[in-house]
Design a protein around this ligand. Structure first.
Ligand code: GUN
Ligand code: ZN
Length: 498
């Protein structure tokens, strides 16, 4: 891997970074969304993608250009930037997607990289094999070997200053994804797309998307720029960024518009069934759903309903991307993921899969940020809670220690009295004003928070077997109390009237 990516800020495994694209002479801020531009059908003029939507980079398909007589010579002559009318960075795909769809394409990695260089691409792609989900292991391994050869061919190619993608495949086998990530990372290629995600994304299999990303990331270098190939629905951007993805490409905005579908951060709606637009983008501010429906086929106005829908779809997607970046800056990305997880049960599965890797997220999570908000059962599994439990082992404790959810008693014979705050559990009072113990927690504490707090008590007890610990809890559920080790004496403050 060469050194074109700089990480500026972290939250969970999400980051704000800068990808330098030398051939375009630009630096792109990540997370970035690359609108997919079909070279045959410019649903929205690329110039407008930059000026009105803020796209710094887009992606188009060099294989389609190469196999379309009508445009190939023009693009070769004018160059991709003039042909599209876009002076930001342009990534080109290689025909791998067509390979996955149709089983065969008539171009090699060497030829398509050469073609991408000649048309003036800024980020080129070899012919990787997008192995679909759920195939047998033998096929996944065999196709991964072909992808590895494609990466070697790309390394050997004359690139003329282009960055080059090193796609990470491996189907639904996490160990193969990890190995593919490790292999890709050891090449001198530049950008690392996690591939063959489209079937999973289309089927809302977000937990497996997260598993594939996390597996790839375990193999990749921590500072490798990661692209989630084919992902660009606004509902899942926060989740994918929190899992560690930096680049996205959206064909959804145009494809969905073609079918009369309206994207929101909570899912996809059908124009046919909408009475109101819950959005203030220029399209939604100026039109009602009924107006858009009536435009179909009338042919009198400048823009079609499809174009207007595509514009709305892109507005909400870029809006969400800005929200994700703001959340990374303030350290509230997981709060945003939590909110988005309420939009669809499959998103909740994705969020839960992400929290299964709280230990990995913890490594890049900043130690201090805006107050932790406890807003759902899932909050109890966040990396901040786990980190607190690990830190407990490092704190000095007396022989006799009282942990209590209520105030310290005015007279007592304990060596120290610590606070207990679900979901974190115990901590010395002096740490009350330190992140994450400044957390905002609802008055009506739930069982997940109590259980996590009990696990904190257990960590403390395990690290200090010689200490006599007493726990005063506010009527914790049995499931939580079961996690408190036998050696810890418990008192129910509520039944004691405190
Ligand atoms: N577009 C969507 N998925 C893929 C993939 O796995 N590889 C390539 N090259 N392009 C894609
Ligand atoms: Zn809108």
């Amino acid at each position: 891997m060469r050194d074109h990516f700089e990480i500026r800020d972290h939250d969970a495994a999400g980051r704000i970074g800068r990808l330098e694209v030398p051939r375009a002479g630009v630096t792109v801020e990540t997370p970035a969304l690359l609108p997919v531009v079909n070279p045959n059908v410019l649903t929205i003029e690329p110039r407008r993608l930059a000026e009105e939507f803020g796209a710094e980079m887009l992606i188009t398909n060099s294989y389609i250009i190469r196999s379309t007589d009508r445009i190939r010579d023009r693009v070769l002559e004018e160059g991709l930037h003039d042909f599209l009318g876009f002076d930001g960075a342009i990534m080109t795909d290689s025909g791998s997607f067509q390979l996955a769809e149709y089983g065969d394409i008539d171009v090699t990695t060497e030829e398509i990289i050469e073609f991408q260089r000649r048309i003036g691409s800024d980020v080129a792609t070899p012919v990787d094999v997008p192995t679909p989900p759920d195939v047998d292991r033998e096929r996944a391994e065999r196709e991964l070997e072909t992808t590895k050869r494609a990466l070697a061919d790309a390394e050997a190619a004359e690139t003329g200053g282009m960055l080059v993608n090193a796609p990470v495949q491996g189907s639904t086998f996490p160990d193969l994804r990890e190995e593919a990530g490790r292999h890709a990372s050891a090449t001198d290629l530049d950008v690392f797309p996690v591939g063959a995600m489209v079937p999973l994304l289309n089927a809302y299999r977000y937990a497996e998307v997260v598993e594939a990303v996390r597996a790839a990331k375990r193999g990749l270098a921590p500072d490798a720029p990661v692209h989630l190939f084919g992902a660009g629905h606004p509902m899942m951007l926060a989740l994918a960024v929190a899992a560690g993805c930096d680049l996205f490409d959206s064909a959804a905005y145009a494809l969905m518009a073609r079918d009369g579908r309206y994207l929101t951060v909570a899912g996809t709606e059908h124009l046919a069934e909408m009475e109101y637009f819950p959005c203030s983008c220029p399209v939604c501010a100026e039109h009602t759903p009924a107006e858009l429906r009536e435009m179909d086929g009338s042919g009198t106005s400048e823009k079609s309903a499809e174009q207007l829908l595509a514009e709305h779809n892109l507005h909400v997607t870029f809006e969400e991307l800005r929200r994700v970046k703001a959340a990374i800056r303030s350290g509230t990305l997981l709060d945003l993921v939590d909110r988005r997880a309420r939009g669809h049960p499959a998103m909740l599965d994705g969020y839960r899969a992400l929290l299964d890797h709280a230990d990995e997220l913890e490594r890049t999570d900043p130690v201090s940020k805006d107050a932790f908000f406890y807003t759902s059962h899932e909050s109890a599994k966040r990396p901040e809670v786990r980190r607190h439990h690990e830190r407990l082992a490092r704190l000095a404790v007396p022989d006799r220690l009282l942990l209590t959810e209520s105030n310290a008693p005015s007279t007592h014979d304990y060596g120290a009295v610590w606070r207990v705050k679900p979901p974190f559990g115990p901590f010395p009072r002096a740490l009350s004003e330190t992140y994450p113990l400044t957390a905002e927690v609802p008055e009506r504490v739930d069982e997940s928070a109590q259980t996590a707090a009990a696990e904190g008590v257990a960590s403390l007890a395990a690290a200090n077997p010689e200490t006599a610990i007493t726990l005063g809890h506010d009527d914790w559920a049995d499931a939580a109390l079961e996690r408190v080790p036998d050696g810890v004496e418990t008192e129910n403050l509520r039944s004691l009237g405190r």
